[in-house]
Design a protein around this ligand. Structure first.
Ligand code: CA
Length: 227
């Protein structure tokens, strides 16, 4: 099984620039998600799902520096490439002092940005990445290390409970059906499902451990994660 392509979060409020970046990064084989305000960008960055953030400095609501500062204060170490403005040479210095991994100065060529994306990903890929940590309430889940903590204390989840949590978090805000869980967590083929009560039992245990309020029951359908 090959590793999934790196996921790049692009935070940029100028639509043409955003679409151009998305198009070019996806053409290079990266997956992308986008945010058009600093606040939205920060929310997405804090989930830790992105492998890299391309972050414009001039943004509405929160500027790029504020987003970066908040990320690092929340211990999210996802690498960040800042898009700075030529007229503000000090941007670079401020960006690095806040923990940016690199920057490009607008206007830049797409080739330059792609080269920096490749370089930053190569540099950061091998180190353990706490940016893969997902947080909700007082719970912290490290999906790579298979560790769950509450208030820094380890929380023991059975493997199936952990995989259910992973699935719910991946589709957070959306309904995950019991059948989907039986396929993806237990590996059953469609048409060959056992009693879905199995899923409910595991969900009950998971709720007891992480907090029932995060896992909503959708009658007759399944479950939905909300944080
Ligand atoms: Ca901008």
């Amino acid at each position: 099984m090959s590793a999934p392509k790196p996921l790049i979060l692009i935070v940029e409020d100028e639509e043409d620039m955003l679409l151009g970046l998305q198009h070019n990064l996806e053409f290079e084989g990266y997956r992308t998600i986008a945010a058009t305000t600093g606040r939205e960008g920060l929310e997405r960055a804090l989930t830790g799902v992105a492998d890299l953030v391309v972050l414009d400095v001039m943004l509405p609501e929160l500027n790029g520096f504020e987003v970066l500062r908040e990320m690092r204060e929340h211990k999210v170490r996802t690498p960040v490439i800042l898009l700075t403005s030529k007229s503000l040479e000090n941007d670079k210095l401020e960006g690095f002092s806040l923990g940016a991994d690199d920057y490009v100065t607008k206007p830049f060529s797409i080739q330059e940005l792609l080269a920096r994306v490749r370089a930053v990903l190569a540099r950061t890929r091998d180190r353990p990445d706490p940016g893969r940590v997902f947080r909700f309430g007082d719970i912290e889940v490290d999906f790579e290390q298979h560790v769950v903590r509450r208030d820094q204390e380890p929380l023991t989840l059975a493997l199936k409970e952990f995989e259910i949590l992973r699935l719910l978090v991946r589709y957070r805000g959306e309904i995950v059906t019991r059948e989907q869980m039986l396929q993806e967590v237990w590996g059953y083929a469609p048409g060959n499902f056992p009693e879905t009560r199995t899923v409910d039992n595991h969900i009950a245990k998971l709720r007891n451990k992480v907090g029932a309020q995060f896992i909503e029951t959708i009658p007759k359908l399944g479950y939905r994660f909300r944080a």
